[in-house]
Design a protein around this ligand. Structure first.
Ligand code: A2R
Length: 319
């Protein structure tokens, strides 16, 4: 059987399916990675990873016979697609199958922020309810103006779900789309016009710190920021300063600049909801993502057309 190097953590269902088709090698179980690569690197033709771990350069360099990198996620900023392309290696990802789940995560953070869910839940759990303890009224989540940065698959699914809450949708991106929402070519201007700014854009050089101090200030003391895209899109230091001094009302964050590290100063704030990058993390969606990531590996093994190569591989390698 062909050899597969697994860099990310996988579910038992995935391991079962993979072991029927490949000889599995998992980096988590290899003690001396450099030594192992020297002796086994040339055997590896297939790599499975995720959007967070990518393929570290020393590993990529030590796999001279690599045929494909299949990533278990939609974002692929941690993978050097250019380096892979130069060697004719396609990179595949799992777009579409996680769209609704990540959008639901954004809506969950949206509702939790506006209705002050974390503090209300803590009060209920504390046993102090009814003894004169009550929190100030929250603000309504209905009828808000929501600005979406990155109206792609996930951004559009968020817009659809928030329509049920009577939201007016604005969006900012590189291109104006044929959608019934108002386009803003200027992100700060959109931030000034909305109550909640939701980021669903990918992490790359073009989006790095796009949400900076100026955008955060434009969102304002009554505004909320939600990020389900990539941590690198937000200037985290500027965000922490603005949340601490009241320049920004609050934030719901599922992604961070230096995962899994979340700065202590951010964790200490009471006007934030923080989740550990769980956008797609449900049994059903992870199963669909795992299946698609494996189907891409099997297509490569069988010489069939790849199902979901990333756009850059598709264009450069004519897939
Ligand atoms: O190319 P456009 O105009 O459609 O905009 C894309 C937008 N985008 C940007 N917007 C503003 N400034 C940029 N520099 C920029 N670069 C990209 O992000 C597009 O509307 C959106 C991405 O949509 P999709 O490619 O359909 O990706 P999907 O499946 O919605 O996932 C988005 C990201 C992933 O890359 C992960 O980082 C995360 O959500 O899970």
């Amino acid at each position: 059987m062909p050899s597969l190097l697994i860099i990310c953590s996988i579910t038992d269902v995935m391991r079962q399916r993979l072991s029927d088709a490949f000889d599995l090698h998992e980096t988590a179980q290899i003690e001396d990675m450099a030594g192992w690569l020297t002796s086994h690197g040339p055997e590896i033709e297939f790599v499975l990873t995720d959007g967070h771990l990518g393929v570290p350069q020393p590993i990529l360099d030590a796999l001279p016979n690599l045929q494909i990198i299949s990533s278990y996620g939609v974002g692929y900023d941690a993978i050097d697609v250019d380096a892979a392309t130069r060697r004719g290696i396609p990179v595949c990802h799992t777009p579409g199958v996680l769209t609704d789940e990540v959008a639901t995560t954004a809506v969950m953070l949206y509702l939790a922020l506006w209705r002050n869910l974390e503090a209300q839940s803590s009060l209920a759990r504390s046993g102090r309810w009814g003894n004169g303890h009550a929190l100030p009224l929250s603000r309504t989540a209905d009828g808000r103006v929501v600005g979406i940065l990155g109206l792609g698959r996930i951004g559009q699914a968020i817009a659809k779900k928030l329509e049920a809450f009577g939201a007016t949708i604005l969006y900012h991106g590189r291109t104006k789309k044929d959608v019934p929402y108002r386009f803003h070519s200027d992100l700060s201007e959109m931030a000034r016009a909305c109550d909640t700014l939701i980021c669903a854009a990918p992490g790359d050089a073009s989006t790095r710190h796009l949400i900076d101090a100026k955008v955060i200030e434009a969102l304002g003391p009554e505004g909320y920021l939600i990020n389900v895209g990539r941590g690198s899109t937000v200037d985290e230091d500027a965000l922490i300063t603005a949340l601490a001094d009241g320049t920004l009302g609050g934030a719901g964050l599922d992604v961070f600049e230096n995962e899994p590290h979340i700065p202590e100063a951010l964790r200490a704030l009471s006007n934030v909801i923080l989740t550990p990058h769980i956008g797609s993390a449900t049994v059903e969606t992870r199963r669909a993502m795992g299946d698609l990531a494996i189907d891409n590996l099997l297509a490569q093994r069988d010489g069939a057309a790849l199902l979901t190569p990333v756009p850059e591989s598709k264009a450069a390698l004519g897939l």
